[in-house]
Design a protein around this ligand. Structure first.
Ligand code: GLY
Ligand code: MN
Length: 446
């Protein structure tokens, strides 16, 4: 199937989701004939004329891969989507025509110079809801407040975002290729003794991405900084070379985000750390194989803690048996995050705790408050699998001071703290049979 055909299929599926969402809203007493999806409005920093980096709203982007503010899609069940593209007359920013793209012939496309001209091309927006980030834009379009992102509409739309079409998986595959190029180059820089900053720049160059095109700030962490889950800095020569390297870096294509982590250690790093990298990597492959239809994602998370307990026991980090380490909850100190999350137009994609298309929440269990996905896996869902083991002093200190201190080999832990932590992460599509791993074959593990 060609790119354009996949996109047409994608639009048909979105039309079905839209129809269901509108019917659901109707049953809640909210009548509407369609939805105006708005890409968003530019904003500046406080008391500044400098623009905050703009990202189109994900629900808009699901309809059309168009970047930039003030575009809109008028979507009505059973009708071809009307895309209103903003092309202002402007000499501050480039607004020259974009090359014709595969999606244009599948939609009705009109251009306007200002958002105010929108009504002229859409006709009446009576009984049209607004989905987007700017209540001011909705008001400008004359859409009443009760039809601005009503929960009864947004809950089903959020829910169905989890089910990726083949068009969307195709975009993820494109993003994965550039992410792979970045990871391979950044690793070379680490091995050659370059700094975190240099590894970061090498990543961007090889992935052919600008900083603002990253779906999230890359985590480029040498040594003990790898134990900081969202470590945000990039150190220069003062921190190079590193003995260990955790790189959590992604990329996006048409808004669809890939999110991959690899961890590397030099030969002269403590051998237990190398053993942990290999162990986490092997465990991750087993967890990936668990991404099968009908399984609660939580089950994979709990299995990750069992596997972590086994690894901690095998490497001698804990001095008790794996089973006991799991039962006593000791793994939670070494693995303080969930095993992963949904992935798509947001790197932590929407709806991970949703109970159903009508809304409601399934909270993660009290033992695992940071688990971002409590849904049942089904074909089309795309998730990350990212087990990790970290030596984080702020988490270790209470364990060291508490009743379970005797379970841990603190001499070994103190030798591992300077090496930070391990995380291995790939991106997986749930299918009817075996899962499809989008990233592993492109980015080798240790
Ligand atoms: N890539 C960072 C995270 O998933 O939290
Ligand atoms: Mn992730």
């Amino acid at each position: 199937m060609s790119h354009g055909e996949h996109y047409r299929d994608h639009l048909q599926i979105l039309d079905r989701y839209l129809t269901e969402a509108i019917e659901h809203a109707g049953r809640q007493g909210l009548k509407m004939d369609g939805v105006l999806f708005h890409s968003g409005r530019l904003a500046t920093y406080h008391r500044d004329d400098e623009l905050i980096v703009f990202r189109p709203t994900p629900h808009f982007r699901r309809w059309v891969p168009l970047d930039g503010p003030e575009h809109a899609v008028l979507a009505r069940p059973g009708r071809t989507p009307l895309v209103v593209r903003l092309r202002p007359t402007d000499y501050w920013y480039d607004s020259s025509p974009q090359p014709v793209s595969y999606w244009e012939e599948a939609v009705e496309l009109v251009e306007v110079g200002t958002f105010d001209e929108l009504l002229g091309v859409t006709g009446s927006l009576d009984h049209i809801a607004y989905a987007g980030s700017s209540p001011a834009a909705a008001a400008q379009a004359g859409i009443p407040e009760e039809l601005v992102e009503p929960e009864a509409l947004m809950a089903p739309l959020d829910w169905y975002r989890a089910y990726k079409t083949e068009h969307e998986v195709g975009a993820l595959r494109v993003a994965a290729k550039s992410v792979a190029a970045g990871h391979l180059r950044a690793r070379e820089v680490f091995e050659a003794g370059g700094s975190e900053r240099e590894a970061h720049w090498a990543y961007l160059e090889a992935a052919d991405l600008l900083e603002h095109e990253l779906p999230y700030g890359s985590i480029v962490a040498y040594d003990h900084k790898a134990a900081i889950l969202h470590y945000q800095h990039k150190r220069g020569a003062e921190a190079a070379p590193g003995k260990t390297f955790l790189l959590d870096a992604g990329g996006a294509h048409e808004g669809y985000a890939i999110d991959v982590t690899r961890t590397w250690a030099r030969e002269d790093a403590h051998p237990a750390f190398g053993q942990l990298i290999e162990g986490v990597d092997a465990m991750e492959r087993e967890l990936v194989a668990m991404v099968t239809s009908g399984r609660p994602y939580l089950e994979i998370h709990v299995e990750t803690h069992r596997g972590t307990a086994r690894l901690l026991a095998e490497t001698g980090v804990v001095k008790i048996g794996a089973e006991e380490a799991f039962d006593r909850g000791i793994t939670r100190t070494f693995l303080p995050h969930g095993v992963g999350h949904q992935l798509g137009l947001q790197v932590h994609d929407v709806g991970g705790h949703q109970a159903g298309p009508g809304g409601g929440t399934v909270a993660p269990p009290a033992d695992y408050p940071f688990l971002r996905n409590t849904r049942i896996l089904e074909p089309g869902q795309v998730v990350t699998i990212e087990p990790g083991i970290y030596f984080t002093p702020t988490l270790l200190d209470p364990l060291r001071a508490g009743d379970d201190a005797d379970a841990v080999d603190w001499d070994l832990v103190d030798q591992l703290i300077p090496l930070g932590g391990v995380r291995i992460e790939d991106n997986i599509v749930c299918r009817d049979g075996e899962p499809e791993d989008l990233t592993r074959h492109l980015i080798p593990g240790p």
